[in-house]
Design a protein around this ligand. Structure first.
Ligand SMILES: NC(=O)c1ccc[n+]([C@@H]2O[C@H](COP(=O)([O-])OP(=O)(O)OC[C@H]3O[C@@H](n4cnc5c(N)ncnc54)[C@H](OP(=O)(O)O)[C@@H]3O)[C@@H](O)[C@H]2O)c1
Length: 286
């Protein structure tokens, strides 16, 4: 039986992996969160000595994008330095690392879907810290697997879907940017891919892009969230400049996902179908 450490197990992605555990009886999934601080190398080393694992799936991260602008040290510690610790300790303990990164490593000025090999140029502190994490991993272990994802949401935790549902029903009108385009990712879909990858005999290392299929703006996303949630809300499309935030966002963060699809033979669900599945769960929670 393969034993796997999932760090950040209480976050959106970690929680979705937890939900899938019983569908993978051949995998023994061990979840940690702040009880195993990934920035503390000795703790990681001791944990791995006590629990031999074949894989580490790193879902732990500092994800407060705007806060990172003024708290760069913490973001760098968790997103930039700790992934290098995990990669080093994974090698020392004969485990493979699968790490999650982000579209924020790109500046968003492209007009064509981003390939894994495209130039990175993060504009935000969060993006810089996540890029540093990728680099630290590849320095320690070029065979690690890094999956960049975008616009992650889940029925668990805080995210755009839940925010729109809350404010859409409370206020009845919202302003949402229509000049940032990308691809939403339902964390449950990504969780499935991660467990499929660790189930393979010898998955190929490298950087991969994963989001749900389709390209939309945040405005389109908000409209569909309200429609599927039966929330009557007037949504006004606005430009990014009309809703200033501390951290700059990539204007265009569409991924080319050919590599992950061909390498691992996966089919990616369309964003609207995945959103509908998530909203069904959220409606049941009411
Ligand atoms: N959310 C997005 O839109 C998005 C988009 C693209 C990529 N990603 C990436 O996808 C991955 C998963 O994101 P997510 O949304 O599932 O994140 P999340 O919900 O914020 O979960 C991250 C978890 O890691 C924990 N954590 C923070 N610092 C830690 C540390 N030093 N040691 C151990 N655990 C720590 C957090 O605890 P606390 O909550 O208590 O701090 C939280 O439970 C991350 O790598 C993220 O960068 C996310």
């Amino acid at each position: 039986m393969k034993q796997i450490l999932v760090t950040g197990g209480n976050g959106q992605l970690g929680s979705e992996i937890k939900k899938l555990a019983e569908k993978y009886p051949e995998l023994k999934l061990l979840f940690t969160d702040l009880d195993l601080d990934i920035t503390r190398q000795d703790d990681v080393k001791n944990w791995l000595e006590e629990h031999p694992v074949q894989y580490i799936i790193n879902c732990a991260a500092y994800t407060a994008v705007d806060k990172a602008e003024n708290d760069f040290d913490t973001a760098m510690h968790v997103n930039g330095m700790a992934p290098g610790i995990l990669a080093t300790e994974a090698i020392r303990h004969n485990a493979r690392l699968i790490h999650i990164s982000t579209d924020y490593v790109f500046d968003g000025t492209s007009s064509q879907p981003y390939l894994e090999s495209d130039c990175v140029n993060p504009r935000s502190k969060y993006g810089q810290s996540k890029l540093k994490g990728e680099q630290a991993i590849l320095e320690a272990d070029p065979s690690a697997i890094i999956i960049r994802t975008s616009w992650l949401y889940s029925s668990v935790g805080n995210n755009f879907v839940k925010t729109i549902r809350k404010y859409g029903s409370e206020r009845g009108q919202l302003r949402v940017v229509y000049d940032q385009t990308g691809g939403p990712t339902y964390a449950a879909d990504l969780a499935l891919v991660l467990l499929d990858i660790v189930s393979l005999p010898s998955p190929e290392g490298g950087i991969y892009h994963y989001a749900n299929e389709g390209v939309i703006s945040w405005y389109d996303f908000a409209q569909e969230i309200c429609r599927l949630s039966n929330i009557t809300c007037h949504i006004e499309p606005i430009r990014t400049g009309e809703y200033p935030l501390p951290a700059p966002r990539p204007g265009y963060s569409v991924f080319d996902k050919s590599k992950i699809k061909t390498t691992f033979g996966i089919t990616i669900p369309w964003w609207r179908d995945s959103l509908a599945r998530c909203i069904t769960i959220l409606n049941e929670q009411k």
